[in-house]
Structure formats: C-alpha cells, structure tokens
Design a protein. Sequence first.
Length: 248
Amino acid sequence: MFKKLLALLFVIASTAASQAQQFKVLLFTKTAGFHHVSIHEGVDGIRNLASRHNFSVDWQENADVFNEKSLANYAAVIFLNTTGDILNDAQQAAFEKYIKSGKGFVGIHSAADTEYDWAWYGKLVGMYFKTHPAQQTAFLDVKDSNFPGLERFPKRILWTDEWYEYKKPYNADDLKILITLDEKTYDPKTNQGTGMGAEHPMSWYHNYDGGRGFYTGLGHIGLVYSDQSFLDHLYGGIYWAATGKGLK
C-alpha cells in the first residue's frame, strides 16, 4: 500500500512539473560544415534561459528527430550554429509540415549558413550567409524595440562579434528588421568582407507559411551566451516563435 502511494505521488508530482512548463523547444546543433566551438556555450545559455523562464528544452544533433511524431512535441525548433546540408528530403518535408501547422523557428548565427539548396528553408531563415570580415567591435542599432526581448536592449550598443554579411537579394521580402549593424563603426573590408551598405541587418522576424521565423546573426563568440542583453534578445525570439505572443 505504501509503495503504491509513493508511486501515485511520484506520478502526480511529475505531471505537475510537466504542466508547469510554458512550452517545449527542440535545440538542434548538427553541423555538416564549419563547427563553432561556441555551440556548447550556446547550449548552456539556452538551458539557463529555460530554467529562468520556465520552459523545457531538448538538445539533439541527430536529425532523426525530424519526423512528424517527434516534432509534434515542440512549440519551436532552434537551429543553433548549424551549418551545411543537415536534413534529408523526408526530414525536410516533416519540418515544412511542422511550420505549416503554426509552429516556430529560431535561427542563431550560422543557421543562415545552412541548407543552401532548400529554397523553402532559405525563405524561412530569411537570408543566407555570404561572408564575414575579421571579428571586430562595432555599434548595433535597434530598429524595432516593440519586439519581445528588446525592451531593455539599448537603442545603440557597442558589441563584438563575427559580423555576417548576407546574400542579396534577400530570400524573403517580408522580413521585419529588428537590429542593424553600423558599418561606419568598423572596417568591413577585412578578411573577405565587402560590407552591405546603408542597411546591414543583424536580426529579423516574419510570419512564414503558417508559422513563425526569427533570426539573430549574433552568437559566434561563446561568451555572448552569458551576456544579459543577448539573452534577453534571444529569449524574446524564442518566446515569440514558440507562442506567437509578445508583439505590441
């Protein structure tokens, strides 16, 4: 009798703990190209966000999770510094169906350096990576502080990262730009960089094919995943992608 009571209490406690979570996300970090050493710091940062904001996160590098049954468990999927061709045709089809069902996508940094031959994904992420200059310090400007997570992000902030330049024309024409990079505050013509001109987007979002897509180009350097300004920005994107809430 006592053992049965303990088992019942365990089930009740487990159910209560599960119900307490706001939502669940899949964190995907598979790479088929360049492998960022900051991925593990990114995983730790997102797990800390999950603890702080009461959601749950499953970390996977195995693309087998991209099937209809498994994806149904998640409110959003995060591509953290993924690179290259990481999903096969069946997995791509499952992910397309998932987004069309009203779910969300979060792309971080080299998520834009992923799946160049999959046009649907290109439109979801919004832009593809072209090149980058040497890592430098520059100023970021917030263009839309009405998006969740940018309420406390300074209108202009000094930042050090790897400044992606993106291919033109952009993959989607409905992107709502959140943050831009001031090219006058660094030297874009180093390494293989050329600059992007007057508007250099670094973060954006849009509704896409029934679901939601958010992207931030920040996140190359591992220590940004313990920077509160970046974490606020990142959680805002996760929250919006997972719930559709937060826009004024």
